[in-house]
Design a protein. Structure first.
Length: 95
């Protein structure tokens, strides 16, 4: 996600807190990438989703290289092919 597009206007939005569940290694990569870009994870996710909705890539070639490095560091081997086949591991219940 390159910075602001030339001539882009600021948009005032209403943000809400959410409690989404995300695969652990994926979240580590998202947090590290957000830190590299000096933005929040929420801002990163908004940008990725808005680009996806428009059918565009959210990342430059350089950022994709950084993502590949972060995936290796955090052991993230999942890809888009896996996205509809993820099943959460069951938690053991404590009494």
């Amino acid at each position: 996600m390159a910075g602001k597009a030339q001539g882009a206007r600021e948009m005032v939005v209403e943000r809400v807190q959410t409690g989404i569940r995300v695969e652990k290694r994926l979240l580590k990569v998202l947090k590290a990438l957000a830190e590299l870009k000096d933005i929040s994870v929420g801002d990163l996710l908004e940008g990725v989703v808005l680009h996806a909705f428009a059918g565009k890539s959210a990342f430059s070639v350089e950022t994709l290289k950084q993502i590949a490095e972060l995936k290796a560091i955090y052991g993230l081997t999942l890809s888009a092919v896996d996205s509809h086949n993820l099943k959460e591991k069951t938690r053991e219940r404590t009494r």
